[in-house]
Write a protein that binds this ligand. Sequence first.
Ligand SMILES: [Zn+2]
Length: 81
Amino acid sequence: MSSQAECVRCAELWRAYGVATNEHVRLLNEQARVAGVNTDRFRELDSLCEPAAGRRDAARAAIETHLAAEHAEPAQRTMTA
Ligand SMILES: [Zn+2]
């Protein structure tokens, strides 16, 4: 079993999660800036935030799936003895 610290796939997945998170936060910040100022842009950002949040959740789920499959996280194990 490889260490998570040395796992290339873990690094990729965390990087993807970071990118998705940054993108979502950027949209939320812009939306906060235009609130009450630019209604059209606010609505547009509303429709962009939802898929961005979905990509962030999917990236997070991919990490969980990988950890369970490749690193057998203790929390996911069943006690046998
Ligand atoms: Zn890994």
